[in-house]
Design a protein. Structure first.
Length: 254
């Protein structure tokens, strides 16, 4: 059970999620090579039911696991931040050197749902809908679930990539330990600014894994500042129950 403060943060985080996906979907720089071919209703003639099929599968799974909204958003973000939004994060490597094998991506989840969406679309329209578009649609549809409608239009027409590197993912995906200046430089390199950085960072408030990372980092700063009250500030985000206990353990407090 989520604590009161964290539960409220998660509800506010849903607003951030919408903004985050719009940031990613609207950034011309993050996938400039694809931009010219993207448009609303790309599959209107070739597979008119594509988006409805994708939504049906995604909503089925989100109904049983609300955390999927954050997971699909994170997958979309990690995909787009490396080589553009080309589904290269989905590729497997026999030598375990693909993007999904990089440390920042080892905690990604929801791949089996993407596979299920792809299978459903292949049955309806073989060889038409790209995996890159499926990842983008899954992010939109999972966030939209609680509202019972699609919150925005997704431009489609992405092409799937064939290159996937764990080294590139490790070097390009922002690390949770990065300083503000490093993060701002990373985002600037993708054509994203300060507002984008703030919105993307805030979106993690609806998903638990961010909590332990946040509290650990926050506690390090508290130690450097020799400020015990700052640790309590960090722990305030953890709420009560098991999540609070985990956060306290991560912070070095029992």
């Amino acid at each position: 059970m989520l604590g009161g403060s964290l539960g409220n943060n998660m509800m506010k985080g849903m607003v951030c999620l919408v903004a985050v996906v719009l940031v990613l979907a609207g950034s011309a720089s993050i996938a400039a090579a694809q931009a010219a071919g993207l448009k609303k209703g790309f599959y209107k003639k070739s597979c008119p039911q594509a988006e409805d099929i994708a939504q049906k599968v995604v909503w089925k799974h989100v109904a049983g696991n609300r955390e999927l909204a954050a997971k699909f958003l994170r997958m979309f973000f990690h995909d787009c931040f490396v080589r553009g939004c080309d589904a290269s994060v989905l590729l497997d490597s026999p030598t375990n050197t693909a993007e999904k094998d990089a440390p920042p991506n080892l905690s990604l989840a929801g791949f089996e749902v993407i596979d299920e969406v792809k299978a459903a679309l292949e049955r309806a329209c073989p060889g038409v809908v790209s995996c890159a578009d499926i990842v983008a649609l899954a992010a939109r549809d999972s966030v939209s679930f609680q509202y019972g409608k699609k919150l925005w239009e997704v431009e489609t027409g992405r092409r799937d990539g064939t290159v996937s590197s764990d080294t590139q993912a490790l070097n390009e995906i922002p690390a949770p330990s990065s300083t503000f200046d490093i993060l701002l430089t990373n985002f600037s390199g993708k054509g994203l600014g300060l507002q984008d950085l703030v919105v993307l960072s805030g979106a993690y408030h609806i998903h638990m894994p961010w909590l332990l990372t946040y509290v650990r980092r926050c506690s390090v700063h508290a130690f450097i500042r020799n400020d015990v009250s700052y640790v309590q500030h960090c722990l305030a985000f953890a709420g009560e129950g098991d999540d609070h206990a985990l956060a306290r353990e991560a912070a070095g407090h029992k």
